[in-house]
Design a protein around this ligand. Structure first.
Ligand code: Q0N
Length: 287
């Protein structure tokens, strides 16, 4: 039996265990959420796709910013990580105007204190990606904050450091993904501090759960874009007229199969490896 340690936390679709004093195990389930509700039906291998992608990006961005990855477990869905002191903000980078960024822009012309030009449409690409931090809400929704508010939480110098790291990471991954037909519209990072006081990227990196992935071939600003991974699930849920409160609907097998195929497609396009090869040997994604 592999060591899993004591449970120390859970997210909507992931669990965190302590392995020892300085290592954690981050386990990604096959659960899927839509409209903020976890559905009763799982997407087979979703957790492995997200774990493999995250590990892939950690290895390829290690020179831009240190990260918490220590090892990928043979199950393909768990990462051994360095235990850090987590910073109490979500670090979001937006390259496109979507979600709460689009909402805030419509209401005020600004997002997190960034004044944007007039006349932008929903899903428009921004002239330059912006750092838009948010609070970590225990329950409910993260709230966008200004850099002044972020500075009150972690200090002016740490804000400058996480902003620079976040923008560098986003530029690298969004350019790489765009060459492979996937727009990373925005992404969320969590950072921690190690024993030496160094900034370390934690949590997951550039997965479809932490980012908006859009298919580049159908990109058309002026409306919401289809999600690369979850669009079948959203369309199916919309077709039911479900009120988007818990519990969500069971998914039919064609929606499950189509959604699994989209996750696998994202993995294969981005990593340029077969997902079957990952299942055979998860550590291969590190090379
Ligand atoms: C940590 N969270 C919030 C998955 C993710 N390397 C770390 N060291 C210490 N603490 C954390 C990490 C990481 N990653 C991160 N909570 C603790 C995100 N979660 C919550 C539950 O499941």
């Amino acid at each position: 039996m592999p060591e899993v340690g004591t449970h120390v936390g859970s997210g909507k679709v992931r669990e965190l265990y302590a392995l020892d004093g300085d290592r954690l195990l981050l386990v990604a389930s096959d659960r899927i959420s839509t409209f903020d509700v976890v559905l009763p039906t799982e997407i087979p291998d979703k957790g492995r796709v997200l774990t493999g992608l995250s590990a892939f990006w950690f290895v390829r961005t290690g020179d831009l910013c240190a990260n918490h990855l220590l090892a990928v477990r043979p199950d393909g869905r768990s990462l051994e990580c360095r235990r850090l002191k987590m910073l109490p903000i979500e670090c979001v980078v937006r390259g496109y105007l979507a979600g709460s960024g689009w909402k805030d822009y419509q209401a005020s012309g600004e997002v997190c204190g960034h004044a944007l030009p007039e006349g932008l449409r929903e899903s428009d690409r921004l002239a330059t990606p912006i750092f838009t931090p948010a609070t970590k809400a225990e329950t409910g929704h993260d709230e966008n904050i200004t850099r002044e508010q972020a500075s009150g939480l972690i200090g002016v110098e740490r804000v400058a450091e996480v902003e620079a790291a976040s923008l560098a990471l986003y530029r690298f991954a969004s350019d790489y993904a765009a060459e492979r037909g996937i727009i990373i519209a925005d992404t969320k990072f969590e950072f921690g501090i190690d024993e030496e006081g160094r900034l370390v990227l934690a949590d997951e990196a550039f997965t479809p759960d932490s980012s908006r992935f859009w298919p580049a071939d159908s990109y058309a600003p002026g409306a919401a874009q289809p999600s690369f991974d979850k669009q079948f699930v959203r369309d199916y849920c919309e077709s039911l007229g479900w009120d988007k409160t818990d519990p969500g609907p069971e998914l039919p097998e064609d929606v499950v199969a189509g959604t699994r195929a989209r996750y696998v497609e994202a993995f294969e396009r981005l990593t340029e490896r077969s997902f079957d090869a990952y299942l055979d040997e998860p550590e291969s994604v590190l090379r």
